[in-house]
Design a protein around this ligand. Structure first.
Ligand code: FAD
Length: 416
């Protein structure tokens, strides 16, 4: 994980191993040795991060090939040595049990101590702020109901960046990390339900077989360090029009489950909001005062549905989208003729919120797929979207990207 955007309060109940702790006595760890031998280190800024990212990788693999090493290093930037010596070090380093962090530090008594710690709610009160991490959802919702302006924290990969940039600390912070029910992943034959504390890495592992396209797309999301902690619900709740998972949820019957504490009835009240109704404006969600998102659900594509998710950004890895899109069409084939049974199109980065293109979708339903229909639809998409210009792209560029994403889908799926 990236320590620079994490809050210390969220680390309660954790055992933290820093770069100082991976050397075993006077014996450098395999990664430290390889970094030295391959001349992979120069200045002290990035080297500890590279060493920790590769040490994390060797907890999961005995050895690394170039592709795996590069994936684990997605979030690490070097301005001195250049990447080649670091990648060579990654390939040269081999896991050794005597250096495995999980084997060296996982003493049963310590683990029992930490687990017991996690069964107790935590409240930190200072003059500036109150941080509360309860173990029960009920306590969390009561805290939100009783205090105004409570900021909910997922993993704080968004909030942490804002705090780093000098935004004031909210007076009330609520962390959900000790609430065990929010780590649930429910898999029904046709849909998944994902708890608010499920990380994107856990999500990627769970959905793999049933949601191959979404799983592939998650490989392009941020870096392993971010995905090891960041949540799907955090991506939804932050409400950015370029949040990567939102177009997918719009074409996959996504719904968010919210809960709040009813002060009069003294009980939890729950409701479900369909994804199409969730975003009311720029970063404005249809949540009522006191409501917290507990889960999100989405449908798996059926055999006749063709789901694709695309993202255009200035670099492939670890970059925010300029425009993103999700397309999910049902195609009916009879002989040589192919018809559109149902069309779902969602785009991000072309308006103040992620959008569904319902008018264009309904025009497509029942139509035979022809080259003319596809080029006409691409044109209509360009005319329909009203993007803004900003640092990442002009309105015109975004309009062309929106059209081109549909053309890509047409080439990959509809004209097959
Ligand atoms: C280096 C880096 C790379 C990134 N790359 C990407 C990327 O490729 N694509 C992308 O889309 N995003 C990216 N992000 C943004 C961020 O990581 C994601 O949006 C992530 O999913 C946020 O999850 P979180 O749990 O950290 O949310 P948090 O930061 O904890 O919360 C985000 C917002 O949601 C609210 N919130 C959280 N949980 C709840 C809840 N249960 N109920 C109500 N409100 C809630 C919070 O109050 C806050 O306003 C990146 C961020 C960084 C720092």
């Amino acid at each position: 994980m990236n320590s620079c955007i994490a809050t210390v309060a969220q680390m309660d109940g954790s055992h933290i191993v820093t770069v100082e702790g991976i050397q075993n006595g006077s014996d450098l760890s395999p990664v430290q040795k390889a970094m030295r031998e391959c001349h992979g280190s120069q200045c002290g800024f990035c080297t500890p991060g590279f060493v920790m990212a590769l040490s994390g990788a060797l907890e999961h693999h005995r050895a690394l090939d170039e592709k795996t090493a590069c994936n684990y290093l997605t979030g690490n930037l070097c301005r001195c040595t250049g990447y080649q010596p670091i990648i060579q070090a990654a390939i040269q380093a081999k896991a050794q049990d005597s250096h495995s962090v999980s084997k060296r530090y996982s003493k049963p008594a310590g683990i029992v101590d930490l687990l017991n710690h996690q069964k107790r709610s935590l409240k930190l009160v200072s003059e500036k702020a109150t941080f509360f991490a309860p173990v029960l959802l009920e306590e969390a919702l009561q805290f939100v109901a009783e205090n105004s302006g409570v900021r909910v924290m997922g993993a704080a990969t968004d909030i942490g960046v804002q705090l780093n940039k000098g935004k004031p600390l909210p007076q009330f912070l609520l962390s959900l990390h000790l609430i065990s029910s929010l780590y649930e992943v429910e898999q029904l034959p046709d849909r998944f339900t994902i708890g608010a504390r499920v990380t994107l890495s856990q999500l990627r592992r769970k959905i793999g077989k049933n949601q191959t396209e979404f799983a592939r797309f998650l490989d392009l999301f941020a870096s392993p360090q971010i995905k090891n902690v960041a949540t799907l619900v955090g991506n939804i709740a932050t409400g950015s029009p370029i949040g990567d998972t939102l177009p997918f949820l719009l074409v996959s019957e996504g719904e968010v489950c919210v809960a709040k504490w009813d002060l009069k009835r003294k009980e939890i009240v729950r409701r479900t909001i369909p994804f199409e109704k969730l975003y009311l404006g720029y970063r404005k969600l249809a949540l009522e005062a006191g409501e917290v998102i507990t889960h999100v659900t989405f449908k798996n594509p059926t055999q006749d549905e063709h789901l694709r998710i695309y993202k255009v950004s200035q670099r492939k890895d670890l970059d925010i989208s300029t425009v993103s899109g999700a397309f999910n069409f049902k195609i009916q084939t009879s002989g040589k003729q192919k018809k559109i049974g149902q069309a779902k199109i969602a785009l991000g980065g072309v308006a103040a919120t992620p959008i569904r293109l319902s008018a264009i979708e309904s025009q497509l339903t029942g139509k035979e797929i022809t080259p003319e229909l596809l080029s006409e639809t691409a044109l209509q998409i360009g005319q329909f979207v009203q993007p803004l210009s900003d640092l990442r792209g002009t309105a015109e560029y975004r309009r062309v990207l929106a059209q081109n994403l549909f053309k890509k889908y047409s080439l990959e799926v509809l004209s097959e």
